[in-house]
Design a binder for this molecule. Sequence first.
Ligand SMILES: Nc1ncnc2c1ncn2[C@@H]1O[C@H](COP(=O)(O)OP(=O)(O)OP(=O)(O)O)[C@@H](O)[C@H]1O
Length: 582
Amino acid sequence: MLRSMQRGMSGEFLMSEPSTPPAVNSRSSSQRRNGDDLSPSEFSPGLLDLHSFDTELLPEMSVPGLYESFNGSKQMGKTRLAPETSLSKSFSVDKEKSSSVAKIKVVVRKRPLNKKEISKKEEDIITIESHSNSLTVHETKLKVDLTEYLEKHEFVFDAVLDEDVSNDEVYHETVEPIVPAIFQRMKATCFAYGQTGSGKTYTMQPLPLKASQDILRLMHHAYRNQGFQLFVSFFEIYGGKLFDLLNERRKLCMREDGKQQVCIVGLQEFRVSDVDTIRELIVRGNATRSTGTTGANEESSRSHAILQLAIKRIEGAEINKSLLALKECIRALDNDQVHIPFRGSKLTEVLRDSFIGNSRTVMISCISPNSGSCEHTLNTLRYADRVKSLSKGNNPKKDLSSSTLNLRDSTAVPLSSALPTASSFESSNFGNANGTSRFGWSKQIEKGTSSPFHVDHVPSGREEMHVSSSYSNYYREQSRGLANTDDDDFSDNDYEQEKWPRRKGKAETFSTSGFEEKARRVDAQTKWKHVPETDANSLHSDDDLNALLKEEEELVIAHRKQVEDTINIVRELTSDLWEAAV
Ligand SMILES: Nc1ncnc2c1ncn2[C@@H]1O[C@H](COP(=O)(O)OP(=O)(O)OP(=O)(O)O)[C@@H](O)[C@H]1O
């Protein structure tokens, strides 16, 4: 809804300050997309949205099925004085814990009678039993003979907070448990709902700062050295238009991309690393908010302000970009091109002097020997192999076929059909004795043997065999969902495009090159089997290599989109619940 998640690996909190929003029950998805009425379904991944809606505009409505869905919630029955999740627990939170937090948790907060109400001798009609998660509304009714009687309405929620509950306790009960979720690339949403003057602002205002504190603490401790950065943006929806509260109320445009991701064009984001800065930004943004007055609340907020806290994996993205840029530079240098794209990344800019002139460069790829590092090792070796095959010394054309074929050799062929026969092993020239092709693939393909098998061109027959069997094991593990796909290594980032198809679970999961991926997109393993040899041979030109590199970059982008899509599906499910609720 609020922002495109082109940022891929990021998690976000959206903090929305209270407003007097349009009627909830009249919303349609198209209206929401137009911007002034927002639902959790439209949030991008990793997001906490603290909204509020006035119920004055709502008719009485029942929400069949909604309450039942909470009965199974793990939060159910929990009292406010014993919050299940504390930040200390959150520090050790992992993906499972994040996902174990209830999908939707409903908390009710009662405010005390205000002076005006007391002076009018209004009665407090809400009773909450201490340590319970239920409340009773005592409604005064009139009999036909005009005598008064009380009708009791009892409600049970995930938590019920009485008037003496502090804002800190509200935070512990509501937002704190979902803070860690954004580090798992999830979105977290919290919104307040109630009539004007019921305490939405009072409840919501402290939450962003408290959440920021916890996010920063998690970033600096549990998730330190993982490249997370926190960004703040703050905008307001007023009269159906968007305004940047941190950029002189500059008008913003909301756009929807082809994937129904809503982007806010021009919204300023501030990278922050301490709570004081965030506080200043919130104060600054609040000062520029639109406010008004209602009968019930003299300081009523008349707009819908959204504070967004986004965490991103900056380093990973940067490293990924750097490695691609480095490869481009090496290729350009080796081809004696006039233009060397040093400006592609900071890394290549810094290394510029080492590359230009009469220079020699050595790249050392370090690998771990342990089986647990197998995937990382393979990724590192693949990267090294790409760089090596791009650097062909004085005779670029000579070895190009091998590099081209190397790209092909870790192909996406169904395992069953890809397994080479004994004869194909023999004929594949693994030992590379005759030097026709450094790694023998040329011969294998020329012979028309089925298969590119899953070997990552490690120049030794024994190692090739070993690696290929590792690959087979990996494949089996992957099929069983056992393979570790966490990315905590830059080489991984560089090869996310390779992991992406693997997650699809088929043999194509072994695809490593853009060339192969293209075949995959055209689909069909059968087609892949027929990837013509001429294609491989035609890659001998620089243009083709350029195209290959370009495709790799596109794959990185495509992978990110894929991750986002998955998250969006989860979000859509949440949306269904939300739609059911309203
Ligand atoms: N739990 C509470 N304890 C003490 N005072 C409260 C509490 N909740 C609200 N108030 C007070 O009630 C008044 C109205 O609250 P608030 O402005 O938060 O309402 P609102 O729902 O945001 O209203 P609007 O929709 O009109 O903006 C404020 O003066 C606030 O300080």
